[in-house]
Design a protein around this ligand. Sequence first.
Ligand code: NCD
Length: 334
Amino acid sequence: MRHLLSVADLDRDAAVLVLDTAAEMAKTQGREIKKLPTLRGRTVVNLFFEDSTRTRISFEAAAKRLSADVINFSAKGSSVSKGESLKDTALTLQAMGADAVVVRHQASGAPHRLANAGWLDAAVLNAGDGTHQHPTQALLDAFTIRRHLRGPDVGDPDGVGADLSGLHVAIVGDVLHSRVARSNVGLLTTLGARVTLVAPPTLVPIGADRWPCEISYHLDEVLDSGPDAVMMLRVQRERMGGPGLAGAATSAGFFPSPLEYTRQYGLDARRLARLPEHAIVMHPGPMNRGLEISADAADSPRAVIVEQVANGVAVRMAVLYLLLAGDREKGTEA
Ligand code: NCD
């Protein structure tokens, strides 16, 4: 594999390999000295056209812990705000000798263009494109689910419990705008899990009935069916584009009011109590506390939201390692 653009790039064995490699990386992250020499002399560019907290610092930490040089490029404050094209930006990165480009872009498909247009020799890692894909988020979610529900030491690719078969994951909320939901439906089902999407009809994308999952409009029914993990999605008001959108308060007709949304689709302590004892609560962040998840649900002992962030570093180390270190071995042999 040269790039990681979509979870569709990963079959079951490739996904398990990433998770197993991430488990090895996670072990090194418990040490006092967390840095490995693996990518010394390699350059990783973080190319972020869209806002990000977790994903950007997670990729930065991952690359640094593998001893790569990291260049952070955000569109704000760069020549992109002077109208520079994706192509010219790519040619600049190529001239600087980037070995990997981690890209987040508001346009679905931008990472594919970067990878396939012939502008760059670097490996391209999709860190979220529009409403399309966010493969490393799905990988860190799968890693977190596997750790909690299968045990921390699954490392044998053929062993029982290496994948997620038999588990049931509910993904709840603004599926329409969510690259996290799309990526997770693909990856979790590749790994053998059963996925149920729960959303108001207005936030289910057209065509989702052909995805390899079930769809429900009733959160309480799905919670009562005993899912092993519940993944809450952020209500992405910045993508709802209603009239007078100032970035914050509108729901632009997707649901009657925030209160009504919370009443029907919000996770709170009362709903948490309907879940099986072992079930975990996830959220990719950033959370709208009080909208899709209450503070007591977000901070409850069964929430693994902070662990998802920590696991993100190990998973991104694994992906960078698999894309770049293998490549270097080939390079030195030649
Ligand atoms: C997600 C994203 O940006 O797609 N966040 C993340 O990467 N941690 C989800 C979101 O923004 O709601």
